[in-house]
Design a binder for this molecule. Sequence first.
Ligand code: 7PJ
Length: 306
Amino acid sequence: MSQRSTLATAHTIAYQLQSLPMQTQVLKCGSRSLSLERAQIMGILNVTPDSFSDGGQFYDLDDALKQTEHMIHAGASIIDIGGESTRPGAQSVDDQQELDRVLPVLQAIVQRFDVIVSVDTSKAIVMREAVASGAGMLNDVRALREPEALSAAAESDLPICLMHMLGQPRTMQNQPKYSDVVKEVADFLKERVDSCRCAGIDPKNLLIDPGFGFGKTLSHNIELLKNLGKLADISPVLAGLSRKSMIAGMLQDEHDNRVIGSVTAAMLCVQNGASIIRVHDVLETAQALKVVNAVEYGIEEAASAG
Ligand code: 7PJ
């Protein structure tokens, strides 16, 4: 039995014993709700000229909207817009540049589609403007450590993902070292969760993320994937490993197609307790997730076919 269903069963038994109504975690993302009873897919929309993997591809507004529509139809319940590239060695962007990249796309998506929009940013000003423009979730690879970010997130009253990163994007892959990667990442995330509580953020709004590839070697990433359940005991887990170099590292070949490797790794994350998976290839991931869910929960709600 997977970590997800073991946890779910333990919860069910606890509630049945107490004759209480079963509580499933539901995130309030502004005017929309998101149930975490089953794993959800977050589709990646990078609006940067230099982003890793799909950099430059969706920089144009029309292209960004087409890709958004495609991801929604394929099964994404969240669209994550990022205006700062955080690939190793990436240059930083200033406030205005990031606002100019993110806001027009965010506003256009909110106007046209019924979907939760998350904004991948570390800057308080981008968080505040994104909330004012209809964002339903915040996603910070620096876990609200930049000036004012904690208060901007607290004011938003939206779900926020806190990610672990060792160092800064420019240098993070220069020989990252841990004595116990799982414990150190968990301790960091616990400390950030505590800081959020102290800043007045409702713990129900917090998601955590080990930050695959952010200051980690391949073996660190694998260790974290195997032990994702330990993080899920702290808060619901969001995991992103789509097309990252850890996938190429596991495939051990020079071919550029990382899709099947990414989907497989995403399913392992789900089995190990992840609530949200952040991916480029939504259609392929959604298909795999349907198979996992059919086995895990039965086929009643999955489309029944011969
Ligand atoms: C992540 C992210 C991730 C969260 C990026 C890429 C690099 N946010 N933003 N988790 N990665 N929460 O898309 O490969 O792993 S940018």
